[in-house]
Design a protein around this ligand. Structure first.
Ligand code: TRP
Ligand code: SF4
Length: 403
């Protein structure tokens, strides 16, 4: 049976290649924090990778196994979070298909990343059905878990907005059982006269004046009710918003704080720019990459003063340095009292300190891959249980009968 969008979090990561410090600072640290506060579902979006790499899947050069090892190494805890792989939960695909029936083409064409990516990835032919459906598949990923919260970066906000619109449209089309209004009003009366009066008042304020605060208060009121049936609960949540039953709750985007992790060239760290430091690179490779990274071009000789604002190394100090180190860099660089290699050493040390425990944990999993396979198997099973429940409700209201 359905329940309402809760403190459940769902997030996916597209399979794109070996994970690097940008993922760690941008996404993984956030997940590790969220897993203590929410019921989390994290998955490897391998189907999403195919939407852009269908011609040459091998070019992704990384397996879901590798990605999961990186997550575990970064501290994602399978005891707290459910870790799974999209393609092993085929229910996502069925929901995607069913949602495609009610999705106006214009909604997909309007998603800003659609035209952007087609322009940006000119060497790929993305005039495919799968690529247009990318954000709808993402909506299915989210809605099938009835997740209340979706941590996403700035670039994904339009996608989670589509998930909200699809949920609303779905509930509007299929949430209207015969006699809904009467059933809803009977359910309100069961709340007791005081709560019922407050409910009607909050509903009126929301529907007549669009008062979001009243909507939130109404939801809180319902959440506090312990003795109503699940069916009534859904009706009351739906009726509060003026719609029918809520079958697929609308998710909220939880904006991930923007990571300041620079790449070796000072641009954002990204595989596309080839400026990354991998989470599992050896200590020697990391040191070598930092030693050879560019600095302020004005510092040709050791005696030339430099300007940290023009140097990518400084951006690393902003991430890793404490105040003492940053002062030392500022003065040493501008006064030419330190060399660039001296300046880079604390960055190298800080990255090694950060990566050493990750490497060690990753190695344990690589040495014992069955542990990882078991974590994935259990995660997929758990995810499927939840997904199946939702899908049953969806099939039923869409007239597909029960199995
Ligand atoms: N599109 C997301 C990305 O590129 C990955 C993703 C797929 C996702 N499905 C999702 C993220 C569902 C959040 C929720 O990073
Ligand atoms: Fe960059 Fe440091 Fe060299 Fe200055 S001293 S140019 S900040 S690496």
């Amino acid at each position: 049976m359905a329940f309402l969008a809760s403190k459940r979090v769902l997030s996916g990561m597209r399979l794109t290649g070996q994970l690097h410090l940008g993922h760690y600072h941008g996404v993984l640290q956030n997940w590790v924090k969220l897993q203590h506060e929410y019921e989390c579902f994290f998955f490897v979006a391998d189907w999403h990778a195919l939407t852009t790499h269908y011609e040459d899947p091998a070019s992704i050069a990384v397996t879901a196994f590798d990605v999961v090892v990186d997550w575990l190494a970064a501290g994602v805890n399978p005891g707290e979070a459910t870790i799974f792989i999209q393609s092993r939960v085929p229910e996502h695909a069925e929901l995607h298909l069913l949602l495609s029936m009610i999705t106006p083409l214009g909604w997909l064409e309007r998603v800003p990343t659609y035209k952007d990516q087609i322009d940006k990835l000119k060497d790929k032919d993305l005039s495919t059905y799968g690529f247009l459906g990318y954000p709808l598949l993402q909506s299915a990923d989210i809605l099938i878990y009835r997740a209340g919260n979706v941590p996403v970066g700035e670039d994904q906000v339009a996608h989670s907005e589509l998930a909200r619109e699809i949920a609303r449209r779905f509930n509007f089309l299929y949430g209207r059982e015969p006699g809904f209004e009467q059933k809803a009003e009977a359910a309100v009366r069961k709340l007791g006269s005081k709560a019922a009066k407050l409910y009607f008042e909050l509903r009126r304020q929301y529907l007549q004046h669009g008062d979001r605060e009243a909507l939130e208060k109404g939801r809180a009121l319902l959440k506090a009710q312990t003795i109503i049936t699940i069916g009534d609960r859904e009706r009351l949540f739906g009726y509060l918003e003026g719609g029918g039953k809520v079958i697929l709750p609308e998710p909220q985007a939880l904006l991930t704080p923007v990571s300041k992790m620079p790449g070796l060239d000072g641009e954002k760290m990204s595989k596309t720019y080839g400026n990354t430091i991998g989470l599992r690179e050896s200590a020697e490779a990391v040191a070598q990459k930092i030693r050879t990274m560019p600095t302020d071009p004005a510092r040709v000789r050791r005696t030339d003063p430099g300007n940290p604002d023009k140097c990518p190394v400084w951006k690393f100090h902003e991430v890793y340095g404490d105040e003492r180190i940053r002062d030392w860099v500022q003065q040493g660089c501008r006064g030419a009292s330190i060399g660039c290699l001296d300046c880079k050493q604390p960055v190298i040390d800080a990255i090694q300190r950060e990566l050493a425990p990750l490497r060690e944990r990753a190695q344990q999993f690589i040495d014992d891959p069955d542990v990882v396979y078991a974590i994935i198997d259990q995660g997929c099973e758990r995810a499927r249980e939840v997904a199946r429940e939702t899908l049953e409700d969806v099939r039923r209201v869409m007239g597909l009968g029960q199995r």
